[in-house]
Design a binder for this molecule. Structure first.
Ligand SMILES: [Zn+2]
Length: 438
């Protein structure tokens, strides 16, 4: 399959070059199925060879940021069995368009991926789909039927190809089951990823003006921290466990993670682009056609919580950014605030959101590759995903409005629709094919 990307032309071989103010030449290349990044004499000799072989050579300028392609630790590909929400190809094209070479897929599909057979079948079907430009790491469920009652066969799930264990969508309520899952993950050296949420609430959005104005059930602001606190207690008992908090959303959780890291526990955390960018005050009135695109789990908390997750990412208390890309059908998002499905898309816009935050001085361009590619790979710690395949080129100065045509696939529920972002992806270099905007 040869995917097409809007506005980007595909190349079978290509070289990019630029000379810095220090006179040193840098070259990036996709040649003979390999990707390269060279400097100085090596770059000059590569450019000479490219000229001789008539390989297209494109000039990069200061405004172009070059990063290793990303790894998204949390994406919902809705495969298998949820093609009404999104197609497999739609999800993978979104990852490709967003500069990712790898996505880690959540197991809350139809059926739930809770047995080795189901993991093997899912991976086999993805492989047979032939979409080679993005790699999929499949996670497996922590408990049977994702009910939190009985641990899955984690050793066999690993043998079947699972790269991490999670019941994402739900937290594991039972202390006993959670402890067992952490022990099994530790003995298999598999990452455990927690969707931290106390189970006994029916809240949809945090207490505040929006929730009060529309009489919505309040989402408790300690639901996440309550479970993270319980889990850190367990990790103290099982120091070999590698425990990762998915989509951190509150200041309270940040403080718990800070403390756990101080103690030297193997605790890591991610934050989503939407929790970095928006807060509760940004939710449009329910009469707005996209209002429920702002409904997700965990929800958008106060501006002070957004400030806390931003600061935590800058300080390294939160390690990286992951999208929680969650496509839904138009019908499921049109049910009103109480009933509408939780989640927003995010793969295709994450890097531009991060660039926008860099431009605003919230984050630093120097750390983007860490958040987007390096640190997620270290956290996963799976040899098949330890190196990025190629590079993504972003034009830092280009501003654009996110429109529906920027969203590959069939779902439309992006919280970033109609948002002005700066930092447009203008090129991709991968061993399977490269793209540039001219
Ligand atoms: Zn989740």
């Amino acid at each position: 399959m040869v995917p097409s990307l809007r506005n980007l032309k595909k190349y079978t071989e290509i070289v990019f070059s630029r000379t810095g103010s220090d006179g040193r030449t840098e070259a990036l290349a996709h040649l003979q199925g390999k990707t390269l990044r060279l400097e100085g004499e090596d770059a000059l000799s590569l450019l000479k060879q490219a000229k001789e072989k008539a390989v297209p050579i494109k000039a990069l300028e200061d405004r172009h940021l070059v990063l290793a392609r990303g790894l998204d630790l949390q994406a919902h590909l809705r495969f298998p069995g949820q093609g009404d929400r999104e197609t497999l190809e739609g999800g993978l094209l979104s990852a490709l368009a967003g500069g990712y070479d790898s996505v880690i897929a959540m197991p809350n599909t139809k059926p739930f991926l809770d047995t080795p057979d189901k993991i093997q079948a899912c991976l086999g079907q993805i492989e047979a789909g032939g979409f080679k430009e993005v790699r999929v790491g499949q996670t497996a469920a922590a408990t049977l039927n994702m009910q939190g009652l009985e641990a899955t066969d984690i050793a066999e799930l690993k043998r079947a190809g699972a790269v991490a264990i999670t019941d994402d969508g739900w937290g594991i309520n039972s202390n006993e089951i959670q402890e067992k899952v952490l022990r099994l993950c530790a003995s298999e050296d598999l990452l455990f990823m927690q969707h931290a949420e106390r189970p006994d609430h029916k809240g949809v959005t945090p207490e505040g003006p929006f929730q009060q104005r529309h009489g919505l059930p309040a989402y408790p602001d300690d639901a996440e921290a309550w479970m993270v606190n319980r889990d850190i207690e367990l990790v103290r008992k099982i120091p070999k466990a590698r425990y990762h908090v998915l989509h951190v959303s509150t200041a309270k959780t940040v403080e718990l993670i800070r403390q756990a890291k101080r103690e030297g526990l193997q605790v890591t955390a991610e934050v989503s682009p939407h929790h970095l960018f928006f807060c509760n005050e940004d939710i449009p009135d329910p009469s707005h056609p996209h209002s429920t695109y702002f409904k997700m789990n965990p929800p958008l908390f106060r501006a002070s919580d957004r400030e806390a997750v931003r600061a935590a990412l800058r300080e390294g208390v939160i390690d990286c950014v992951a999208t929680d890309h969650a496509p839904h059908s138009a019908q499921d998002k049109a049910k009103g605030w109480v009933e509408a499905a939780f989640g927003t898309r995010g793969l295709e816009t994450a890097l531009s959101v991060l660039c926008t935050l860099c431009k605003e001085g919230v984050l630093s361009y120097d750390r983007l590759e860490t958040y987007f590619s390096t640190r997620p790979r270290e956290i996963l710690a799976n040899p098949n995903f330890s190196h990025a395949d190629g590079f993504v080129i972003v034009d830092k100065s280009e501003e654009f409005l996110v429109t529906e045509s920027d969203l590959p696939g069939i779902s439309r529920n992006s919280i970033f629709l109609n948002q002005k972002l700066s930092g447009k992806i203008v090129g991709l270099i991968s061993s399977e094919g490269s793209y540039f905007n001219n």
